[in-house]
Write a protein that binds this ligand. Structure first.
Ligand SMILES: Nc1nc2c(ncn2[C@@H]2O[C@H](COP(=O)(O)OP(=O)(O)OP(=O)(O)O)[C@@H](O)[C@H]2O)c(=O)[nH]1
Ligand SMILES: [Mg+2]
Length: 422
């Protein structure tokens, strides 16, 4: 029997968790793997999860939902947020509640037969999402065997949309930790999610709930492999990461459809695969570099097809460095939705790629960081919270080393001339 423990950190991480657990609760009737994400007793299902935020606003929203049996040790809050400051969460106020948080995790893990992975949601542009997530990942790595994987689903800063001037600093600091302590990081940015939702459903008004729903659908399909089909989903990410450091993954999802238009939107298997693997469905915006290292498709439908993808030309034509064709996983489940205006489609798909394009994202992030750091802009904010001299420089160096790893993988790929990766 396997199990996963979910951690939802910072305002965005907590709200993603909120939608995700609403979805999980709806899906629970179909689950065949007991005690994987819930601690299941005769009368109740308790989510194996921890919500942590340095202020209590978002967590109070989650607690209002009485239909989910959260246990009291599923929540940790402080008194004030980290004001977009990674080091405030990492060294000061976060450190104080980190012990409490670890203790709550410990108590819940003790109730489990075994623990296979942590699934973490957060946004790396805020202070708590970056700093507190980092300290938690470090401490969890000390306390739990490294075999317990840490699979993250993180919102990275968008290229052109920002409500926080120091978001590139925070994301670079946190990436330094994810490099060492995460087994895989699925990267999203809000701007791309808005664009994709607009392309797929064209709603008049899109808010964070819609974005959080998109992330939740992807996490649900991933854990669904285990919950509905007893497939070892650890293999999905380990199969996507041929080199240990190159573990940053770009997700794509399809299809979302509004309840009024779902008949027109329902795709057959072939069209769905071709839709979901199109580069314009990417949920992380970065300039394309034509080299995929590895890719995987999760196909979610109530009925499985033993020949799925085998003769699908779209999949056969996707060339990756380390595979003959992308791996295909089937999640045998109905699709559920927690947003009333969205339709429940017969089949959906998630496409994950480990792609050299991530180099362009990190390169851009590094440039934004340099623009600030070269003028020493806002550095006093971080020094004031205990950041040591050289620490900022070290994090930036690490990002550069990661970019170099991607460059190296890209050149080894020998795919530079093959412009057509579709
Ligand atoms: N996708 C999504 N993004 C969000 C949500 N809430 C906030 N964000 C974005 O996430 C970034 C970080 O915000 P928060 O998560 O609120 O910040 P935090 O981690 O709580 O950090 P501090 O409040 O600074 O301690 C912001 O740039 C927001 O644009 C959400 O519910 N969903
Ligand atoms: Mg906050």
């Amino acid at each position: 029997m396997c199990s996963a423990f979910h951690l939802h950190i910072g305002g965005a991480g907590v709200m993603m968790g909120d939608v995700l657990w609403k979805l999980y609760t709806k899906e629970q009737g179909d689950t065949i793997e007991k005690n994987y994400i819930f601690n299941e007793t005769e009368n109740n299902n308790y989510p194996l999860s921890l919500y942590a935020d340095l202020d209590d606003r978002m967590i109070n929203e989650v607690k209002k939902n009485k239909s989910i049996c959260y246990q009291s040790n599923s929540f940790v809050t402080g008194k004030e947020d980290a004001a977009n400051n990674y080091f405030k969460a990492y060294y000061n106020i976060g450190k104080e509640i980190c012990e409490i948080a670890l203790n709550q995790v410990r108590r819940q893990v003790e109730s489990m037969d075994r623990l296979d992975q942590f699934i973490i949601t957060s946004a790396l542009s805020g202070g708590t999402g970056s700093g507190f997530t980092s300290i938690m990942m470090e401490q969890l790595s000390v306390e739990y065997d490294l075999k317990v994987e840490k699979n993250a689903f993180f919102i990275y800063p968008s290229q052109r949309m920002s409500n926080n001037i120091v978001d590139s600093y925070n994301a670079v600091f946190a990436t330094h930790t994810t490099l060492e302590y995460c087994n895989s990081v699925v990267m999203f940015d809000n701007q791309s999610m808005y664009k994709v939702i607009d392309l797929q459903i064209g709603l008049d008004f899109v808010d964070y709930t819609q974005l959080n729903n998109l992330v939740s659908q992807i996490i649900s399909s991933y854990t669904g492999l285990r919950r509905f089909s007893k497939i070892n989903n650890n293999k999905l990410f380990s199969g996507l990461c041929p080199y240990p450091r190159v573990h940053y993954i770009i997700p794509q999802y399809g299809l979302l459809a509004s309840i009024d238009d779902y008949i027109n939107q329902e795709l057959n298997e072939k069209s769905l695969i071709s839709f979901v693997t199109k580069p314009d469905q990417r949920l992380l915006q970065c300039e394309m570099k034509p080299a995929l290292f590895c890719a995987s498709l999760i196909y979610r439908s109530k009925y499985t097809n033993p020949f799925l993808g085998q003769s699908n030309l779209t999949l056969q034509n996707i060339r990756t460095k380390h595979q003959e064709t992308p791996n295909v996983f089937q999640c045998q489940s109905q699709n559920y939705t927690v947003i009333p205006e969205l339709a429940q489609l017969r089949q959906t798909g998630v496409f994950f790629s480990n792609d050299a394009s991530v180099y362009n994202y990190f390169d851009n992030l590094g440039k934004k960081y340099d623009q600030l750091y070269n003028k020493r802009a806002f550095v006093h904010w971080f020094y004031g919270e205990g950041c040591e001299f050289g620490e900022m420089f070290q994090c930036r160096e690490d990002l550069q080393a990661l970019c170099n790893d991607y460059e190296e993988g890209y050149h080894q790929c020998g795919l530079e001339e093959d412009k057509d990766i579709e």
